[in-house]
Design a protein around this ligand. Structure first.
Ligand code: ZN
Length: 153
């Protein structure tokens, strides 16, 4: 269910926020990233993995489009850098393809709302709906409704 790191996903990139105490991320998320990295065939940066709630609050104060309850805080999400010379949709296609080939449910993917011009510099994906039932049950209903398979924004 959980992984500390992946073949291509080093802890140094997954836990840039040094306040994160629970250093693990859903295996579905890590395995999807590793597969995407193999499909891409070259280096692929992770600009955000697991975050502390304190980091999440900072992002909001800095004006980023950051959710109050974030899958990053629960270890379900990664933000992957769009490689040089590619557009966000290239990465979205690789993520959806990797999930399908691995037999995983369709992840949630965010990119259009983060665009500046014709592409976003990163793509967010997560499997927050795969978190343990007790974790999901502890969240507000509005969050649980949004944390559904295949959501895109
Ligand atoms: Zn994200």
């Amino acid at each position: 269910m959980w992984s500390v790191a992946g073949k291509y996903a080093p802890a140094s990139e997954l836990y840039r926020d040094t306040r994160v105490e629970d250093k693990r991320i859903l295996s579905a998320t890590i395995n999807t990233f590793d597969f995407v990295r193999e499909l891409h065939g070259g280096p692929l940066g992770i600009n955000s993995g697991r975050r502390s709630q304190a980091k999440q609050e900072e992002l909001k104060l800095e004006g980023y489009r950051a959710a109050t309850v974030s899958p990053h805080v629960y270890g379900a999400a990664l933000d992957v850098d769009v490689p040089d010379g590619k557009r966000d949709e290239y990465l979205v296609a690789l993520i959806l393809g990797a999930a399908q080939i691995m037999g995983l449910p369709r992840p949630r993917i965010g990119y259009k709302q983060y665009r500046k011009g014709y592409t976003s510099s990163f793509v967010h994906f997560d499997y927050c709906f795969l978190l343990p039932p007790e974790t999901l049950a502890s969240l507000p209903e509005s969050v649980r409704l949004a944390w559904r398979v295949g959501a895109m924004w």
